[in-house]
Design a protein around this ligand. Sequence first.
Ligand code: SF4
Length: 449
Amino acid sequence: MPTATATDVHESAAHNSAAHNSAAADRATLLGAWRAHRNAELTTHLAYHGSPPLPQRGDRTWPERFAAAIEESGLTGRGGASFPSATKLRLVGSARGNPTLVVNAMEGEPASAKDKVLLSCVPHLVLDGAELAASALGATRIVVCVAADRPDILAGVVRAVKERAGSSLAPVPVEVQQPPARYVAGEESALVSWLNSGPGAPSWRPDKRTPLTIGRRPVLVHNAETLAHMALVARYGASAFRAVGTTDAPGTALVTVSGGVEHPGVYEVAMGTTLGSVIERTRPTADVAAVLTGGFGGSWVSAAALDTPYAPRPLAEVGGVVGPGVLVVLTRRACGIAETARLARYMAGESAGQCGPCVFGLPAVADDLAYLAIGTRDRDAIRRLEMRVATVDGRGACRHPDGVARMVRSALSVFASDAAAHGAGRPCVFANEPSVLPPTVIAPLVPTS
Ligand code: SF4
């Protein structure tokens, strides 16, 4: 089955207002410039969007005007936590010392391709956002982080950074760093740990309002998509951003759709577009049974919820999550239990290996699921799995085990009848079909203990 690749950029800004159906409104979308010109060079970017509204020397009110515009827009982080971007900006801006701004383009989620799309197609929009946010903070350094195994993303970043180096578009110097590739390496405390010459593992952060630091200086980590939205808000205003989306969740978002679909790829959609509408554009290969929302640490929702608007609050009401903007479509010709077992095995191997729930709990969960998936007759399997999941939830330094627990719980709910049949020794006929997951994730359905 096809999985999303970064070359599959779809031109589908889903519009939910008549006003947005104009060239002017399309200009205020993330991929508008790419749709118009298919060219990522700086000259094309500037011809399309004009120069970013960076502050004039000595303009002391500019940082607050920028923060106010971001606040008015209602922009929230597009990396997974959906935290208000203006709040994060102000928290770091009020800390002592010249901050560092980190552009998180790690794309640790295997089913996501949005960082690659942004940095291949519209890298200057991301860098504009980074320069604007860094200028608002008084930052002296911008660090773009690209995973060490992603030369495809790196190429676009390096080219774009060179194009603007030394110009007025780069008032804050930009460097590119390549932390090791791992699922949790893009978690912001893990990223900052690595930039501090540490192990690159997540750290326990009871109060996320206290900024992370590099050395003694505060650091603001923003996802690449969030920064690209900031560049649009600074240019076109908060009202243009709010012209699409919902009151609670304004703007557009990049969604990577993969799984059992004919046209996997990255789609720019208006927040509030129904799940069904987003998926319909990708042409499912058979009737949809369920959708994995929010990536591998996300949550399955059943096809009965396809009318749900794609936005944090409505999705939460049906047990789903937006997370990093990933949807994996499971058709009725695939086995949800087998796919969940593969996901759990992958996630068990991707922890930082420093906390009990990840070292002991996740491999045990993966084993239980593998036994269930292959149909080992064990009527106690589901109860044992539920207990096992409860022992990992909320017990790690970061939320990696919590995400796996949520994903497994959602599978046991959405695929309840399948799980019962597997536990009774009657696995469904699709359990041994090829996986719909990205190839790097697919592991054989074999318990390790
Ligand atoms: S909970 Fe897991 S992934 Fe998170 S820090 Fe601990 S070992 Fe690493």
